[in-house]
Each structure stands twice: as structure tokens, then as C-alpha cells.
Design a protein around this ligand. Structure first.
Ligand SMILES: [Fe+2]
Ligand SMILES: [Fe+2]
Length: 182
């Protein structure tokens, strides 16, 4: 499997988490009580699998390699993708902060929770769509086979450093999120 295929596969898992979150938001809008566990799993997935695992590989390995290679031609695009990662992290902070208030039934904190969930879902969906359809195809075309091998090696090293079980953990969190919605 090549490095871009790895990232695409990770997107598939992230999309499942976003779909779960969307279902959670609909229930929340309709006044259904969502267990604390659902949000805890979602936050953990966002912080570990999405951010530390997937976005790290993009930002610190692939984006930087591509930026160097294209000598500034892709800087604006890469900056926008980094900005979206950053916004996502902020939304997750706000989601985590408003959770306790929501669980106590506070309406203002529930509003903050809803706003940030909606923003997270929307920005991340858009972000993944851009990467899949615009950015990754550029990377696929620009990198030589040799460069892809080097990136793949760097990915492997980072994955081992992070925790080689992160993908399994991510899948477990997804299953547990889904179970909370039943
Ligand atoms: Fe990304
Ligand atoms: Fe991505």
C-alpha cells in the first residue's frame, strides 16, 4: 500500500466517525439524551486517530515534502489545509469544554456544544473532500515512486512511535461510538 492509499483509508474511518457524530447531533437537536460516553469516545477519536495519527502524517511528512518540492506553488493550499486542522482542534476543545454543562442540562452550554459539533462535522467533511479530490491527486502525481517509498518509511516510523495499535484503537472507538447511539 502506498502512502496516499494509507491516508485515503484513514479518511474512510474518519468519515464513519463524522457520520456517527451527525447522527448524535440529530438526536441532540430532537432533545434526545446522548450518553456522556458517546462524546468521550468521539473526543478521544478526534484527538488520537484524527489529529495525532492522521493529521500529523499529513502536516509533518506529506505537506512539508510537497511544499519543498513545489517551492512555494502550493503554499496557499497547504496553509488552508493546516488552518482547517487547527480549526478542528479548536472545535474539539469547545466540545469537550461544553460537555459537562450539557450533561447538567444547561441550555447555553448545549448551544455551544451544538454549534461546535456542527462546525466540526462541516469543516472536516469539506476538508476530507478537498484532500481526496484535489490535494492527494496532486501529491500522487508529483511524487516519484522513490519519494513515495521514503514517505511510506517516514509514516511507518511515526506510526510505531505514536502507537502501532492506533488504527485498531480507532476502530474500537468507532464501534463504541456506534453502540452508544443504539
Ligand atoms: Fe488533513
Ligand atoms: Fe486528511
Amino acid at each position: 500500500m502506498g502512502p496516499i492509499e494509507i491516508l485515503l483509508n484513514e479518511h474512510a474511518l474518519i468519515r464513519q466517525a463524522i457520520d456517527n457524530l451527525s447522527i448524535g447531533v440529530e438526536k441532540l437537536e430532537d432533545g434526545e439524551k446522548i450518553p456522556e460516553e458517546f462524546f468521550e469516545k468521539a473526543i478521544e477519536f478526534a484527538r488520537t486517530f484524527v489529529d495525532k495519527f492522521h493529521h500529523f502524517k499529513e502536516e509533518y511528512i506529506m505537506f512539508s515534502q510537497l511544499a519543498q518540492k513545489k517551492e512555494g506553488h502550493l503554499d496557499a493550499q497547504i496553509e488552508a489545509l493546516r488552518h482547517q486542522h487547527e480549526r478542528g482542534r479548536n472545535y474539539i476543545v469547545n466540545i469537550a469544554d461544553s460537555l459537562k454543562g450539557y450533561l447538567r442540562g444547561e441550555e447555553i452550554q448545549t448551544t455551544t456544544l451544538l454549534e461546535n459539533l456542527a462546525a466540526y462535522i462541516s469543516v472536516l467533511r469539506h476538508h476530507i473532500h478537498r484532500e481526496d479530490n484535489i490535494f492527494y491527486p496532486i501529491a500522487e502525481k508529483e511524487f516519484s515512486e522513490k519519494e513515495k517509498e521514503i514517505i511510506l518509511e517516514a509514516f511507518k516510523k511515526e506510526d510505531e512511535k505514536a502507537n502501532s495499535r492506533t488504527t485498531e484503537e480507532g476502530k474500537r472507538l468507532l464501534r463504541e461510538m456506534g453502540a452508544c447511539l443504539k
